[in-house]
Design a protein around this ligand. Sequence first.
Ligand SMILES: Nc1nc2c(ncn2[C@@H]2O[C@H](COP(=O)(O)OP(=O)(O)OP(=O)(O)O)[C@@H](O)[C@H]2O)c(=O)[nH]1
Ligand SMILES: [Mg+2]
Length: 224
Amino acid sequence: MARQKMQIKIMQNVLAANDSKAAELRDLLQRKNIFMLNLISSPGSGKTTLLEKTIPLLQDKFKVAIIEGDVETDRDAQRLEQFKVPVALINTSGACHLESVSIEKAFTSLDLDNLDLIIVENVGNLVCPAEFDIGEDAKIALLSTPEGDDKVIKYPLLFREATLAILNKIDLLEHANFDMQAFYADLQKINASLDVIEMSCKNNVGLDLWINWVEKKILLKIAH
Ligand SMILES: Nc1nc2c(ncn2[C@@H]2O[C@H](COP(=O)(O)OP(=O)(O)OP(=O)(O)O)[C@@H](O)[C@H]2O)c(=O)[nH]1
Ligand SMILES: [Mg+2]
């Protein structure tokens, strides 16, 4: 019991230290007029694919940078090299999420005086990334249809914390046994005000809605 109490205390201290650094980063982003998104999903839902589709649609209008969080390898960072936008890679060497100190480190390789938008691809995981504030303006919860409609109710924190949910791979809907009604009913219970975009990165469905959403949010922030 004493051991359990100690573990809880340590976790509370870790989260408090993370939150305090995240608040510093949020202030910094506010001063620099940069909008930052934290893209969170299970492995393979389509985060990097969404970035591959998004960057070309935004990079002529806004100065964009990406922070790539991965446990190992620079595979995703390599996929984004073709776009000529700054990409800062964080390898967590086993950790299942990004923390605010790693984002602070990534900032040192970015020119913050010359950016409007940073999109962070968090480590593929539905649980831990939702617990760690990294100073973002909004968390995006990405779910793909083959994962199942029960993920909202089984992993509620992310959907509670998110400002936008994207349901990707709707091109696979008929094969995925995904119950749309159940998905929306669970979202209603968990976070009734959450915006949702149904998407197929593969077939370019829903990308226009997503780009509009991002543009509006950037302009709302940088116009102030
Ligand atoms: N059918 C279909 N496949 C997709 C779609 N979006 C992405 N994929 C495929 O899903 C696989 C995983 O996509 P990624 O973008 O690498 O996924 P990720 O979330 O970045 O994965 P991690 O970085 O490992 O967490 C790839 O084979 C993509 O081509 C989609 O809308 N429909
Ligand atoms: Mg990826």
